[in-house]
Ligand binder design. Structure first.
Ligand code: 2P0
Length: 329
């Protein structure tokens, strides 16, 4: 099945531009139980469910307008050259929705976080773009359909549709109509995420390639779906009781489990830098003193701290210069 089939199924074959210029924002989301491995790599359908938390104040803002000349893409106020990876990523996605070949688009996008540095900018980026298209064409999509449309850009974009906790159902259907992000109603006002940027360089190997290599070659990966079920159960339990120990331990261990499957790939994939490991050890040392400080790491070398507001002062003392975010701020 092709992306275009899903777009036609959701939107029909004909629609017109209703607004000439629109703007949309989508938050970054941090996976607490990771999406790692696809059951369909065209539609970005995952092997397992995943669960994330969005950072309400960090994300991507995208301005979309129509013009009659040529497609233009800007990132953080800089014009992106045609046929670069970024340009093609945006325009190939927009092509799924271009009914009139004479219609051209200007896409201006601003990220609050480094692009492609394992800080989930593709998630907020494609979700903001999907959301801007939704307004431009007045599709009036509900969360479920918007999540599916965003997923066609990037898998994790399916979870950037809302603030707070979002559960991405892997689904079983071949067309993926049952694979979407569902906002959860749990609120945890004390919860904090701290971002330690070890490096903002682009990663050498994309998540897509790394996932494909892991699912094909890692023996450990065979255990991954089973462990995800247990981790999700524990995360949901921890959310009900706002149990930071269970929450943090589960998220941290899930992230390390994901990286273990990558190390077990042939060839091995390792996103960490020496500083990443130093920070991990430092966090464990602080935790041994009884502080509820945990971390998660995505497909990059950067660290996201997980803790509660009561420990904000202590965290700032140990990690000066980190960017800390109130999840429900
Ligand atoms: C996640 N990551 O759950 C996992 C954890 C990275 C590590 O989703 O190929 O950019 O576009 O579906 O969404 C990053 O993968 O991959 C990701 P595609 P995506 O957040």
């Amino acid at each position: 099945m092709l992306k275009q089939d899903i777009v036609n199924k959701i939107l029909g074959l004909k629609y017109d531009v209703v607004n000439n210029q629109v703007s949309a924002f989508a938050p970054v989301n941090i996976a607490l139980c990771k999406y790692w491995g696809k059951r369909d790599d065209i539609l970005n359908l995952p092997v397992t469910d995943s669960l994330s938390v969005s950072l309400a104040n960090l994300g991507t803002t995208t301005e979309l307008s129509v013009n009659n000349e040529t497609d233009q893409v800007y990132l953080d106020n800089k014009r992106i050259v045609e046929n670069s990876d970024f340009f093609n990523g945006v325009i190939n996605y927009i092509d799924l929705f271009r009914r009139d070949p004479k219609l051209h688009f200007t896409v201006k996008t601003w990220n609050d976080i480094p692009t492609k540095a394992g800080l989930a900018s593709s998630a907020s980026g494609f979700c903001a773009l999907a959301s801007a298209l939704n307004t431009l064409f007045s599709w009036d999509l509900d969360d479920h359909k918007l999540s599916i449309i965003a997923r066609l850009g990037s898998g994790s974009a399916s979870r950037s549709i809302a603030n707070g906790f979002v559960y991405w159902h892997a689904g079983k259907e071949q067309d993926g109509m049952d694979s979407y992000g569902e906002p959860l109603s749990y609120v945890w006002p004390e919860l904090m995420i701290g971002i330690i940027t070890v490096s903002s360089d682009s990663k050498a190997i994309s998540s897509r390639e790394a996932m494909a290599c892991t699912t094909k070659t890692s023996t450990l990966y065979q255990q991954w779906p089973k462990r995800v079920s247990v981790d999700i159960e524990n995360l949901l339990k921890s959310l009900k009781r706002r149990n930071i120990a269970l929450f943090g331990e589960t998220a941290e261990s899930n992230a390390l489990g994901m990286h273990a499957t990558m190390l077990d790939s042939k060839p091995s994939i390792l996103y960490w830098l020496p500083e990443t490991v130093e920070y991990m050890k430092k966090i464990w040392k602080i935790r041994h003193k009884g502080i509820h400080l945990y971390f998660t790491i995505d497909a990059g070398p950067n660290i996201k701290l997980i803790y509660e507001k009561t420990d904000e002062k202590l965290v700032r003392e140990h990690f000066p210069g980190i960017e800390s975010e109130e999840v429900f701020g």
